[in-house]
Design a protein around this ligand. Structure first.
Ligand SMILES: O=C(O)c1ccccc1N[C@@H]1O[C@H](COP(=O)(O)O)[C@@H](O)[C@H]1O
Length: 216
């Protein structure tokens, strides 16, 4: 199970999170997020990471130029598009590996297939499809869970990109979420925090151990 913890804002806390055995950490560049990190701190975090932990840049409706400048200056090779970016937009991002976040609720689950298909048509091979909860007026990091059973029933694991489950995952629900959805990976932001942008190492450790219990 691939595990990502998203929204690190300091080197010290990022290293504490790395010590728990995560595979990736997220650096959030969305200006309106409570977990936004500035470029210089992001660069220092990336520089300090052990080789087995991948930094992932989270963007929400940035321009191609902004994404290319920030990733190049911070040393980031994989990004998470968490806004309204289209497949055609993603196709302009060159060599960056792309995780597409899709916000899902009971009413829009049927759009999943066409959304994923649009990336294939545009020639973008997604590194992952991150399913988050759809909460009106918010792009993510809400702590709300996505409809797990519907996702489990709709996601075409054989033909679609690796499924990364997100949205409201925490130490209490991670095992149940994995049992039901059987994702390739999981991601959490607010569920393991002592304050926005500050991860609690004890909770992260418990989250990782719950997520990796039955595999690896
Ligand atoms: O964390 C944020 O503040 C955020 C803001 C805007 C878009 C995405 C954001 N975070 C991502 O949201 C999901 C779910 O977060 P949570 O676990 O429910 O708090 C996660 O993938 C983060 O990467």
């Amino acid at each position: 199970m691939w595990v990502k913890v998203c929204g690190l804002t300091s080197v010290k806390n990022a290293l504490q999170v790395c010590d728990t055995g995560v595979d990736a950490i997220g650096l959030n560049f969305y200006a309106k997020s409570k977990r936004r990190v500035d470029l210089e701190t992001a660069r220092q975090i990336v520089e300090s990471l052990p080789a087995n932990v991948e930094p992932i840049g989270l963007f929400v409706n940035h321009t191609v130029e902004e994404i290319q400048r920030v990733t190049s200056e911070a040393g980031i090779k994989t990004i998470q598009l968490h806004g309204d970016e289209t497949a055609e937009f993603a196709a302009q991002l060159g060599d960056l590996k792309i995780i597409r976040a899709i916000r899902i609720d009971e009413t829009n689950i049927k759009q999943l297939a066409s959304e994923i298909d649009s990336f294939r048509t545009a020639g973008v091979a997604l590194a992952g499809c991150l399913i988050d909860a759809n909460v009106q007026g918010s792009y993510g990091g809400t702590g709300h869970t996505a409809p797990w059973e519907m996702i489990a029933n709709h996601y075409d694991v054989e033909n679609w990109p690796p499924l990364i489950l997100a949205g409201g995952l925490n130490t209490k629900n991670i095992e149940a979420a994995i049992r039901m959805v059987q994702p390739w990976g999981v991601d959490t932001a607010s569920g393991v925090e002592s304050a926005p942008g500050m991860k609690d190492p004890t909770q992260v450790c418990e989250f990782v151990s719950g997520a990796t219990k039955e595999n690896d």
